[in-house]
Ligand binder design. Structure first.
Ligand code: C5P
Length: 227
C-alpha cells in the first residue's frame, strides 16, 4: 500500500477547520480530528468532513474499562469515522474488546503505545522501569496480539515496530517535516519521503500544511514526495 497523507486538523472551531479543508481541496483525503476540535464541536465536524467525501481519523485515544471503550469505538464508527484509536496501556481485555467492536463496525483501530512526550523519567514516575523503546515494542506486540490493526508511532520507532510486528501491522506516523519546513516543537522528525521509504502506511502532518501560505500546494508537494 502506498503511504497516505493524513492532515491534522488542530483547530479550535469547525469553521476554521472546514475553511482549511476547502482550501486544500482534492489534495486532502484523510483528516485527523483530535481532542481539541472534537471537544469543541463534537460529531458535527466528522459529519462535515464526510459530506465532503473525506476520510476521518478520530484521534481520541480511548482508555477506559473494556465495555466503555468498545461502545466508544462503535460510536466512532456510527458517526462516520474511518479510523479511531485507544491507549495500548488499557491492557489485553480492553484491547480485545475494542478490536472486536472495530471489526464489527468496520472501522480501522490503532493503538497509542508510549506518548512521545514521555521519557524514561516520566515512565519511571508512573511505575514503568523499562526504557521507552522497550515499552513501545511491548505495547505494540500486546496491541497486535489482541487484534488491534496497528499503532501510532514516531518515525524513530518505525523500523523496530516493523521488525517486531511485520509488514501487515498498520503504522501511523506523526512528527513529519518536509525538508524545507520548520520543525516547530517536534524533536524527532523525518521527511515524508523517508517515512514512505521505511514503509509507513500513513503519515500525519499538521502545521507544515495548516500554517502554509498555500495549504493546497504544501499538501501536493508532500503527496509528490510520497510517490
Ligand atoms: O503540526 P504537527 O505536524 O506537528 O502535528 C502533528 C499532529 O500529530 C498533532 O495533532 C499532534 O498532536 C499529533 N501527534 C504527534 N506526535 C505523537 C502523536 C500525535 O505529533 N506522538
Amino acid at each position: 500500500m502506498a503511504t497516505e497523507l493524513i492532515t491534522a486538523l488542530d483547530f479550535p472551531d469547525v469553521e476554521g477547520a472546514m475553511a482549511l479543508v476547502d482550501r486544500i481541496g482534492e489534495a486532502g483525503v484523510w483528516y485527523k480530528v483530535g481532542k481539541q476540535l472534537f471537544t469543541a464541536c463534537g460529531p458535527r465536524v466528522v459529519e462535515q468532513l464526510k459530506q465532503r467525501g473525506k476520510k476521518v481519523f478520530l484521534d481520541l485515544k480511548y482508555h477506559d474499562i473494556p465495555n466503555t471503550v468498545a461502545q466508544a469505538v462503535a460510536s466512532a464508527a456510527r458517526i462516520g469515522a474511518d479510523m479511531c484509536n485507544v491507549h495500548a496501556l488499557g491492557g489485553p481485555a480492553m484491547l480485545s474488546a475494542a478490536a472486536e467492536a472495530a471489526e464489527k463496525a468496520r472501522i480501522l483501530l490503532t493503538a497509542v503505545t508510549v506518548l512521545t512526550s514521555m521519557d524514561a523519567g516520566e515512565l519511571a514516575a508512573v511505575g514503568i522501569e523499562r526504557s521507552p523503546e522497550e515499552q513501545v515494542l511491548r505495547l505494540a506486540r500486546l496491541a497486535q496480539a489482541n487484534g488491534v490493526a496497528g499503532v501510532v508511532c514516531s518515525s524513530l520507532e518505525l523500523d523496530a515496530i516493523r521488525s517486531a510486528c511485520g509488514r501487515d501491522f498498520v503504522t501511523v506516523v506523526p512528527g513529519i517535516r518536509p525538508a524545507d519546513s520548520s520543525a516547530d516543537d517536534q524533536k524527532r522528525i523525518m521527511t515524508p519521503r523517508q517515512a514512505a521509504q521505511r514503509g509507513a502506511d500513513f503519515i500525519v502532518v499538521g502545521r507544515p500544511i495548516t500554517k502554509a501560505a498555500d495549504p493546497a500546494s504544501a499538501a501536493v508537494a508532500i503527496l509528490n514526495e510520497l510517490q
